[in-house]
Design a protein around this ligand. Structure first.
Ligand SMILES: [Zn+2]
Length: 249
């Protein structure tokens, strides 16, 4: 399986060999380590050079948009050029804490700039979208962004999921699925079989979360969709690989 969204930069470097090995023992052969802040770009370069099973993602999360160097867009381009397998992320909009108009505008400007760079380098994105699905969808459409991506940590309705899928995105199924009362449980089985991928968002979301949690998510997904664990594992890998191939990743 592939963990399509984790933050390996957030772990103590000395723990990485154990964390990656443990992921492998749980059937996770490949990991995409996303960036949130500018400083993560250098860290993810080092990690993905050191571990062939890790691909980097470079991007600025809306919460980390302050104090960027003037030439951050050029640096992002250089990172993508040096790592042809890298995607852009995690980027997006986060309206959870009800930002004011100016803050919303800043988030949207940053997303727009990063969409532009992702499009230029033909890279899919890992999209963080909290209480802002309609704004994100409008921006993607307006910019005719056509490289697709992963809707990270999805927790919206089936209709929103289907709208994203129509735009060439796949739905990131994460630890929310483990919560017995989550709406994601209801909609998971209704998603088209090829339109979802798995993600841990480790070390966030759960205490002590690591990419190995993907195995647990796969178990739950199998139960919910009344399929075997093996078929869920295969489907999740196939969905990720097919998607990235389609994006000429
Ligand atoms: Zn994340």
């Amino acid at each position: 399986m592939i963990d399509t969204h984790c933050h390996l930069t957030e772990f103590d470097v000395f723990r990485l060999p154990e964390i990656i090995q443990n992921a492998q023992q749980n059937g996770i052969q490949h990991l995409i380590s996303v960036s949130a802040a500018f400083d993560d770009w250098a860290k993810n370069q080092i990690i993905s050079r050191q571990y062939p099973q890790v691909s980097p993602a470079f991007g600025i999360h809306p919460k980390f948009r302050q104090n960027l160097p003037d030439d951050w867009q050029e640096i992002l381009g250089t990172c993508l050029k040096s790592f042809p397998q890298a995607i852009v992320g995690e980027i997006g909009l986060d309206f959870y804490h009800s930002p004011n108009e100016q803050q919303k505008q800043q988030q949207m400007d940053l997303l727009r700039q990063q969409l532009h760079i992702a499009q230029e380098y033909h890279r899919p994105i890992s999209l963080h979208c909290v209480k802002a699905h309609s704004e994100c969808i409008a921006l993607i459409k307006k910019h005719k962004f056509n490289c697709g991506g992963f809707i990270h940590g999805f927790s919206g309705s089936l209709n929103i999921a289907l709208e994203w899928i129509k735009l060439g995105f796949v739905i990131g199924i994460g630890t929310v699925l483990l919560k017995t009362n989550s709406t994601l449980r209801k909609i998971f089985a209704q998603l088209p079989a090829n339109a979802w991928v798995l993600e841990s968002d480790a070390p966030f979301m759960l205490p002590e979360n690591t990419p190995a949690v993907i195995q647990q998510i796969a178990h739950t997904a199998a139960q919910l969709s009344q399929q075997s664990l093996v078929s869920i594992q295969q489907q999740s890998t196939q969905n990720t690989v097919q998607f990235l191939k389609r994006c000429e990743w």
